[in-house]
Design a protein around this ligand. Structure first.
Ligand code: PMV
Length: 339
């Protein structure tokens, strides 16, 4: 059969929030992390990416959220397309269009959804048919956390032990519907600073300089196992303290990195303090905070406590908006993208 001259595919992928953070690369060339991580895939938000390979193009044309991309963001996409071309044995240039239905500048993680969607669209457009596991193995070359956005619900990205990376991939633990009453209240803070250092570079600085990093690495496997069990049992009293313990460990290694990595604003810190106060006032764990390499805070709670938690957090000075999200489905292809 003759190969079609141009091939197009469209993929959608959601962001995810890590309950156990990926932070540290053991092999940069193979994009292998030091530790396994665990996340919840979020509903409603998504990146939608269309890739068209065209033998008539010598260069890639990349449009992100309606703007022609340049510099670092463009380079990241082109490097990823090169990987896909290498696997497909192709030299065709590509036209890439990617849009988020949430504001990128808001500082909500868009690299996970963006690279998961790009991995899906580019491989399909290149005529490759990858399993979801293989897609997660490829997506991590764009951004580690993208490996987890391939799947919906509760997801573990296992670091694996092999030096060739063959046992390093994401896998679904529980589907999105497993725990319907669990809510992620995303607390958007005003004046969230734009990241100065890319996560991939920042984490390597932590590996090289934080005196707390080795102890964190030793703790993570046990914490992942306990968090997995607490999610399995839908037990907030077990889950919430572990989520905060993990977030505190992540923040500690960032703050003890030299030069120090400080992602939070005074408002983010006030949110963490208010979640502790909410738990103290309730006499039990009704909420848990976590944050990534950014100033916004994700607060996990159950539907029944949501009105109280939301009221208390929304009134803190500097809180711009709160957004209640459940776990959602993973990445998928949109029909009609091929020709
Ligand atoms: O996927 P990257 O390279 O943007 O790094 C993600 C790092 C964290 O968001 C802080 C943690 C995580 O596991 O998502």
């Amino acid at each position: 059969m003759a190969r079609p001259t141009t091939r197009t595919a469209t993929y959608e992928a959601p962001p995810n929030i890590a309950l156990v953070k990926y932070w540290g690369v053991r092999d940069r060339e193979r994009a292998l992390p030091y530790n396994s991580s665990l996340s919840v895939t979020l509903e409603r938000m998504r990146s939608r990416t269309t890739v068209r390979f065209d033998p008539g193009l010598t260069d890639d044309q990349v449009r992100l959220n309606g703007e022609i991309a340049s510099g670092g963001p463009r380079d990241g996409v082109v490097r990823f397309l090169d990987l896909v071309r290498e696997r497909a044995g192709s030299t065709d240039g590509a036209v890439v269009r990617s849009d988020n239905n949430f504001p990128t500048a808001s500082g909500l993680a868009s690299s996970a959804s963006g690279f998961a969607a790009l991995a899906g669209a580019a491989t399909r457009a290149a005529g490759l048919r990858l399993s979801d596991r293989a897609l997660s193995q490829l997506a991590r070359f764009g951004s580690g956390s993208a490996s987890r956005s391939v799947f919906g619900g509760f997801v573990e990205w296992q670091a694996g032990h092999r030096s060739d990376g063959s046992d390093c991939y994401a896998r679904p633990l529980y589907p999105a519907g497993h725990w319907r009453t669990l809510v992620d209240l995303v607390v958007l803070v005003r004046a969230a600073p734009v990241k100065e250092v890319r996560s991939q570079d920042a984490m390597q600085r932590t590996v090289a300089t934080s005196p707390a990093y080795a102890a964190r690495l030793a703790e993570v496997p046990g914490r992942i196992a306990r968090i997995r069990r607490a999610i399995g049992a839908r037990d907030p009293e077990r889950l919430f303290p572990l989520v905060m313990e993990e977030c505190d460990s992540f923040r500690e290694v960032c703050e003890t990195t030299r030069p120090s990595l400080d992602y939070l604003t005074a408002t983010s810190r006030a949110v963490l303090g208010e979640v502790r106060a909410l738990n103290r006032d309730a006499g039990r764990s009704i909420a848990a905070y976590t944050h990534d390499a950014g100033a916004h805070v994700h607060v996990f709670t159950l539907e029944r406590a949501l009105p109280t938690v939301r009221r208390r957090l929304a009134r803190l000075p500097g809180v711009e908006k709160t957004l209640a999200l459940h776990a959602g489905p993973g990445a998928h292809e949109l029909a009609g993208g091929s020709n």
